[in-house]
Design a protein around this ligand. Structure first.
Ligand code: ADP
Ligand code: ASP
Ligand code: MG
Length: 416
């Protein structure tokens, strides 16, 4: 008998029929003698619908109130799933984040989990119940409801698995594992049986939304075995087969000498680029520009500072597109005048494409192959950033899919 956490995403919970299938699958695992905690997302489209309502009222909705409503989709899901389990004879109980409680900081719309109390859940499991806990939401120390950022149910699931010292966290979704790139963009993308934790971390941080990045961080910090697998198979398929399907995040670096140099291509459509022009080139300038942006809780990604000409330079960086207006407001508000910049310009029609692979450590020439492929397609590179196991480029958004497809081919990632 093992304690296992299942997470089901929006598509997997997309209709009452699908919820009944989730219940059948969960019941199968419970019947096999396991203790099961289920963490569902809102039904597909629901979180978008709710955020859309908020935006009809206010262009920039108040973050506390936004979390108050955005978290409700998950509350519907846990209740329905508990009922579906009860309807097939299982004892099940649902909890919202605050009831567990799952404590977070107060950064509305992108809160971080600080602690999870396991007492109530453990008692229910020991009493033979299946416990269904909302994904995506938590509660801060003042009792305010918070959410963990889009795709945050993955993080709830892995964090709950870590807190309960579960044997494994199974992330059920609408694809049957992690692929070399998004199979919706490249139809012959190949499913990976395993992916190293480091590569998954890079892929998630570079935009592969199959797992939210913080879930991968939790998996790494707690060495929680985490598997991505399909929820759209027959829920009554043999358990052994299901338990070994999909993609396992591994913590061992593959020692196989023939491993691919590049594991996958990640992309993020929703980037924005900001350039502060005519900045005096003197110590502290990067801090004076980026400090206030960080204080506004906006994540900065790629950064370039140009060569200075006559003591002036241009400073360019990228932010998530959804934070562009806020970042511009911060810069125009106080920073521009304070540092004596000439002007601030922005571009919201840019995307980032990255090649990722631990094999890059021992292979040279990946960057030149990447740049050659893009140049052969006539794609202009706006910014570049690298780490030991990835190279990212910022390009015009209209070339994003072309770039992903041609790089996928150039690095031989397609399925045989
Ligand atoms: P869920 O609602 O189950 O959380 P998501 O839509 O958040 O599902 O994530 C699954 C989706 O991630 C897939 O449908 C796929 O389009 C996308 N995706 C992006 N990159 C990858 C990748 N490398 N491998 C698999 N899926 C990917
Ligand atoms: N329902 C939330 C979202 O749409 C969380 C999740 O699906 O993981 O972002
Ligand atoms: Mg998701």
């Amino acid at each position: 008998m093992a304690l296992i956490v299942h997470k089901y995403g929006g598509t997997s919970m997309g209709s009452t029929e699908r919820i009944k299938n989730v219940a059948k699958r969960v019941a199968k695992w419970h019947d096999a003698g396991h203790q099961i905690v289920v963490v569902p997302s809102a039904m597909s489209g629901e979180t978008n619908r709710i955020i859309g309502l908020a935006k009809e009222i206010m262009a920039q909705p108040d973050p506390r109130e936004l979390d108050m409503i955005a978290s409700t989709g998950e509350q519907v899901s846990v209740g329905l799933l508990s009922m579906a389990l009860q309807a097939i004879g299982k004892q099940a109980v649902s909890y919202a984040g605050w009831q567990v409680p799952i404590k977070t900081d107060s950064a509305y719309t992108k809160a971080r989990i600080e602690s999870i109390d396991d007492a109530k859940v453990k008692a229910d499991l020991d009493a033979g119940k299946i416990v269904v806990i909302t994904g995506f939401q938590g509660v801060d120390e003042k009792g305010n409801i918070t959410t963990l950022g889009r795709g945050g149910s993955d993080t709830s699931a892995v964090a709950i698995a870590a807190a309960l010292k579960a044997q494994e966290c199974l992330i059920y979704t609408d694809v049957d594992g992690v692929y070399t790139t998004d199979p919706r963009v490249v139809s012959d993308a190949r499913r990976l049986n395993t992916v190293t934790f480091e590569e998954m971390l890079e892929m998630a941080s570079l935009g592969s939304k199959v797992l939210q990045i913080r879930s991968v961080e939790f998996a790494g910090n707690y060495r929680m075995p985490t598997r991505v697998l399909s929820s759209l198979t027959d829920p009554l398929m043999p358990l052994e087969e299901e338990a070994n399907s999909g993609t396992l995040i591994s913590f061992e670096e593959d020692t196989n000498m023939e491993q691919a140099t590049i594991t996958g291509i990640a992309f993020s459509r929703d980037e924005a680029k900001i350039t502060v022009l005519g900045v005096p080139d003197k110590p502290g300038i990067a801090y004076q520009i980026l400090g206030p942006v960080a204080d506004a809780n906006i994540e900065v990604d790629m950064i370039i500072q140009n060569q200075s000409v006559e003591g002036k330079t241009d400073f360019t960086f990228t932010v998530p597109r959804g934070e562009y207006a806020k970042a511009m407001a911060v810069l125009e508000g106080s920073v521009k005048a304070h540092i004596g910049a000439a002007s601030i310009v922005g571009d919201t029609k840019v995307s980032k494409v990255s090649v990722v692979g631990v094999g890059m450590r021992s292979h040279v020439g990946i960057a030149s192959q990447m740049f050659r492929t893009l140049s052969e397609e006539g794609i202009n590179i706006l910014m570049i950033s690298t780490s030991e196991i990835k190279i990212s480029v910022l390009i015009d958004e209209k070339y994003m899919e072309l770039a992903v497809r041609s790089l996928h081919k150039a690095f031989g990632l397609e399925s045989a």
